[in-house]
Design a protein around this ligand. Structure first.
Ligand SMILES: [Zn+2]
Length: 350
C-alpha cells in the first residue's frame, strides 16, 4: 500500500518534469536556442533517483537515449531527459575535479599510491556511497566463489572477491569516478582501478579487454571492460577489490553480489576490516567479542570511584578511608608515594 502511494508520488513527479521538459522543448527561448546542448552518450546513463531507502539494485533502468539536458541552479548539475520521459541528474566532471580527491596520491602505476600507515587512520569513519548524484551499479552479479572470498589463501592475502563470469561479459563501474589505473599488471592481468569521489577505490582484474584509459571519467554502470582470465587466474572470473587509503577490505561489506544490491548508502568503515581475517561472513564472532569488551569496559567505568584531595590529606589516610592501599592508589593514578598531593586534584580510589 505504502509502496503504491510512493510509486504514485514518483510518477507524478516524473510527469511534472516531463510537462516542463515538453514545454521547454516546444518553445525554446532565444538563449537556450543559442546554447549548444552537448550530451555525452558514452558517459550518460538513465538514473531515476529513488526516494525510498531500500537496498539498491541498480538505478540504471532505461536503455532509452538521452534527448536533452536542463540546467539546474548549480551550473555543474544538469537534468538529462530521455526519450522515454525518464530523467536523471548529471554532474559534470569539472565539478568532481574540484574536490581534491583526484589530485593527491594520484599515481597511475601504483596499486597503493598512498603510503599511509594504518595508525594514521581513525578507528572508523563514515563514507557516503551514493546520493542523487552519485549512483551505484553492481560490478558483476553472481555468487562469490567459495574459495574466492576475502581472506588468507595459500599463504597470500586474497584482498578481494572472485565472481564467476564468462569471457566477454560486461563489467560495470560500481560508482561514479575517475580511472586511475588501466594496464596489464602481472597477477592481476588486465586491471582497471577507479577512484571515487568519496575516496574509495575499486579494482577490476583478469579482464579480457579494458574499455577505459587513465583519466577517463566514468559513471556507475558504464562498461569499463569485459570479463576474462588474464594474469594469475585459473578460469574466467572477476577479481574485485575495494580499498580505502590503499587498504583493502572485504567488498561484501558493501555489496551483496548474489542479489546485486548495495547494502548501505552511508557506510561505516572500520579499521579492523583491513585485517585479512576480517571477512563479512566470518566477522560475527568478532562483533560479539567487541560487544562483550565494550560491556566489560562500561562495567569497569561504572565501578570507578574518585576522591577530591582536601587540605591535610595524605595518601595513607585516603587509602584507609576508601578501603584500599597506597600501592593500589599509586597504580591506579600513575603516581608514587612521594608525589605531592595538590588540593582539588581528583584521584581515582577504585
Ligand atoms: Zn581473486
Amino acid at each position: 500500500m505504502a509502496q503504491n502511494r510512493m510509486k504514485k508520488v514518483v510518477l507524478m513527479y516524473l510527469a511534472s518534469i516531463a510537462v516542463v521538459a515538453t514545454a521547454w522543448l516546444a518553445f525554446p527561448t532565444e538563449s537556450s536556442a543559442n546554447r549548444p546542448v552537448r550530451i555525452d552518450t558514452v558517459r550518460t546513463h538513465l538514473v531515476v533517483p529513488r526516494p525510498a531507502l531500500e537496498p539498491l539494485k541498480s538505478l540504471i533502468t532505461s536503455p532509452s537515449d538521452p534527448i536533452d539536458t536542463l540546467d539546474t541552479a548549480n551550473e555543474h548539475i544538469k537534468v538529462v531527459l530521455h526519450a522515454d520521459q525518464t530523467w536523471h541528474y548529471y554532474k559534470t566532471p569539472g565539478f568532481q575535479q574540484t574536490t581534491g580527491v583526484f589530485d593527491e596520491h594520484w599515481n597511475e602505476s601504483a596499486t597503493n599510491p598512498y603510503g599511509i600507515e594504518q595508525s594514521e587512520l581513525p578507528n572508523e569513519w563514515s563514507i557516503w556511497l551514493v546520493d542523487s548524484l552519485d549512483q551505484y551499479h553492481c560490478p558483476f552479479q553472481g555468487s562469490v566463489y567459495y574459495r574466492g572470498k576475502f581472506g588468507p589463501r595459500r599463504g597470500r592475502r586474497h584482498q578481494g572477491v572472485d565472481i564467476p563470469l564468462k569471457v566477454g561479459d560486461p563489467v560495470y563501474a560500481t560508482f561514479t569516478g575517475k580511472v586511475r589505473v588501466s594496464k596489464y599488471w602481472g597477477a592481476f592481468g588486465n586491471l582497471v582501478v577507479i577512484r571515487h569521489e568519496n575516496g574509495l577505490e575499486t579494482f577490476y582484474a583478469h579482464l579480457s579487454k579494458r574499455n577505459v584509459e587513465v583519466g577517463d571519467w566514468v559513471n556507475a554502470g558504464d562498461v569499463i571492460g569485459l570479463g576474462g582470465s588474464t594474469g594469475r587466474s585459473t578460469g574466467p572470473h572477476l577479481h574485485y577489490e575495494t580499498r580505502y587509503k590503499g587498504f583493502a577490505f572485504d567488498p561484501q561489506w558493501l555489496i551483496d553480489f548474489e542479489k546485486g544490491i548495495l547494502r548501505h548508502r552511508l557506510f561505516v568503515l572500520k579499521k579492523k576490516y583491513f585485517n585479512i581475517y576480517s571477512n563479512y561472513e566470518q566477522d560475527f564472532e568478532d562483533e560479539i567479542k567487541n560487544d562483550e569488551d565494550d560491556k566489560k569496559e562500561d562495567a569497569e567505568k561504572a565501578a570507578m570511584k574518585y576522591y577530591v584531595i582536601k587540605s591535610g590529606d595524605t595518601l595513607g589516610r585516603i587509602a584507609i578511608n576508601n578501603g584500599t592501599t597506597v600501592n593500589a592508589l599509586c597504580r591506579l593514578n600513575g603516581i608514587t608515594p612521594k608525589t605531592t598531593l595538590k588540593i582539588g586534584r581528583k584521584i581515582r580510589v577504585r
